[in-house]
Design a binder for this molecule. Sequence first.
Ligand code: GAP
Length: 465
Amino acid sequence: MADQNLMEKIVSLAKRRGFVFPGSEIYGGLAGIYDFGPRGVELLNNIKKVWWSANVYERDNYYGLDSGMFKNPRVWEASGHTSGFSDPMAECKKCNTRIRVDKVLESVGATADEKMSEDEINELFDAHRAEIACAKCDAHDFSRARKFNLLVKSNLGDFTSEGNEAVYLPGEACQGIYLDYKNIVDSMQPKIPFGVAQIGKAFRNEISPRNFLFRTREFEQADTQLFIKPNENKEAYEQMKKDRWNWYLSLGIKEENLRFKQHENLVFYAKDAWDIEYKFPWGFDEVEGIHDRTDYDLSQHMKFSNANLHYTDPETGEKYIPWILETSMGMGRAFLAVLVDAYHEDELGGETRVLLRLSPKIAPVKAMVSPLLKNKPELVAKAREVRAELKRVHPAIAWDDNGNIGKRYRRQDEIGTPFCVTIDFDTLGETPELKDTVTLRHRDTGAQERLTIAEVAERIRSAIE
Ligand code: GAP
């Protein structure tokens, strides 16, 4: 399957089956904004639950947080985002298409360092202009590159009054964790090392949103920030990388589709940075960043707010500014990686079928219940009873009595439902020894077996746990 083709198939399935819709579609859309549909929100929430469980419930020293999106404008000065959070942009003089200069330079083997000045970037850009054509009109005539700040501005309160300054939407969700670090220390009395986990929205004025959910202007980040003693970063950082790698495997993602990549050019806040990359249809690309942020963040916030953010060791009395190790996963990117990894086409019963081999843990629907025939009230009544029974195991048990049974199975395959349960006349006792048994059909193999309702409930329970 050609990879471009695969991406188109996934985008089409996502819309057709209610996973992801283009934002504001009836108005012609809005670049870089997507909505999660009824099945998408289930899958998304399931990924979040697995993440929360691994990063909060399964650890003794991690605390959850949900901080407000708007923050005092000083926060983004302290964090370095108002001055340092920008991408170099240029415009095609012929068709006005905007390009990210660092990305096009990368495609011709040149590296625009994060720390380069505008002049230095332009020097590099000039040296490669002949090799860079506009993707839209093929012209080689671009404007000078300029740094374009990615923060999205907004207003709060009476924004018509003079002197009322703009506020920013969060450029990265983790800042909320640094602002509440002191409150967490005061209210929960954690001992270092301790971590804070949060899933929060982030907004970036991306110059060229692309690749579906991969580069959007509004997205969610699932972050953990581990507060550690200065210079005690090495071992904890390696452990963090291992834990995050294993988390993707726990979602059912194939290990050969993952890799680590160390950053050569460090973003302004990081001393060391590694990405976990997934093999998307266009190649390996970043899903998560794991950063050693040292004491950069708390020192900056101390300087700008005058708050005392030192930690005092309760046993030794030692005082220090904690260092921070961060993991930051793009939720939309993880969602896309899950879809790409799960998408399969195979042959079953002489026909080609599309299926999502989603782990039952995160599948939006855990099982579909179906009466063999919808015009037989006794079958329908029994099937409803079975559905109610299975809903006690998990509420996401679907109902489908439309069309022939093969078509119903195919529809569920396409949305990744691991099990289908069919109620027939034997369930009602036509063959006495089969009374109260049902057909359980497995998504990945198409295999079917005859089980009691209690056995089916147990299969579902153990698959999703
Ligand atoms: N707090 C650290 C931070 O924000 P980052 O590498 O800029 O680091 C972390 O972002 C993760 O957020 C990335 O690995 C990526 O998965 C996701 N992300 C960043 N920009 C994104 C965008 N425009 N659209 C979707 N996800 C994005």
